[in-house]
Design a protein around this ligand. Structure first.
Ligand code: ZN
Length: 277
């Protein structure tokens, strides 16, 4: 199943057509993503045999974030060894977590106003939480994932690194710094949910690529460790970390410039596209 939002309403997506969930279910499931994801098992079972006769074509510009109002957005630093190495750190022994404040979350195709400083890119696979829960065991953790989607952990490096010790969250939360989409795809749709390829290009040049099997802390481990502290809520997002190839570790460093276009793709999900002004 693939789901997302159009006009801030939950839709199922298939072959370029969208099905409004509230209307197609005669009101059984709400248009509000967080409300319906709270009953994710029931919703997914309904979606398997939904009547698609009322589905309509859409354009990518109409798509919003698959989870537009997450109450918690967790993000992981240094979750790929080559990225930890390029940043000059040892691989961490437990996940290093920060937040992207939820006001930065947007849909997949956007124009992002660059703040002053050193704005940079980080492609990430993002987990969208379904019904959620507290103290989820690692063996149950994939069951907590409603879908995986494409994300960019856009980061302004000057604000990110300010202060001692640095507090990452603010520098990663400028308006538009959390684009996600185009859809959330349920884990069962992937040939191997633990080994998904992805890449991102800047003006057509590949700047990052990787596979989720290279994560130091995989999705199920992250969910177990995060939910050991914070109860996960329906619609929460986990940005699972970025591989090597970010701009500030290049020689010479490279930062996002007005007019550039960043395209981020994940196999089996699709792509998001940011144009910078
Ligand atoms: Zn990141």
């Amino acid at each position: 199943m693939r789901f997302g939002t159009i006009g801030d309403r939950l839709v199922l997506i298939e072959d370029g057509r969208a099905l409004d969930v509230e209307k197609a279910s005669d009101g059984r499931f709400a248009a509000e993503v967080n409300v319906t994801l709270a009953r994710f098992g029931e919703f997914a079972a309904w979606a398997e045999s939904a009547d698609w006769s009322a589905a309509v074509p859409f354009t990518e510009a109409e798509l919003g974030a698959p989870s537009p109002r997450p109450r918690q957005v967790f993000a992981v630093a240094l979750n790929y060894r080559p990225h930890a190495a390029e940043a000059g750190f040892e691989a961490p022994e437990s996940p290093l977590l920060f937040t992207k404040f939820p006001s930065c979350v947007t849909g997949p195709v956007t124009e992002v106003t660059l703040p002053p400083g050193k704005p940079d890119w980080e492609i990430e696979v993002v987990a969208v939480i379904g019904a959620g829960g507290h103290r989820i065991a690692r063996e149950d953790a994939w069951g907590a994932v409603a879908g995986l989607t494409v994300g960019q952990d856009l980061s302004e490096r000057v604000v990110q690194a300010a202060g001692k010790p640095a507090q990452f969250s603010l520098g990663k939360s400028f308006p538009g710094f959390g684009p996600t989409g185009p859809a959330a795809v349920t884990p069962d749709e992937f040939p191997d949910r633990e080994d998904i390829g992805f890449e991102c290009t800047l003006d057509g040049e590949v700047v990052q690529y990787g596979r989720t099997s290279e994560m130091i802390f995989p999705v199920d481990d992250l969910i177990a460790r995060i939910s050991a502290v914070c109860p996960l809520l329906p619609g929460d997002l986990i940005f699972t970390g970025t591989p090597a190839g970010v701009g500030n570790r290049r020689q010479p460093p490279r930062y996002l410039q007005p007019g550039e276009v960043l395209v981020s793709r994940v196999d089996g999900i699709g792509e998001i596209r940011q144009t910078f002004v």
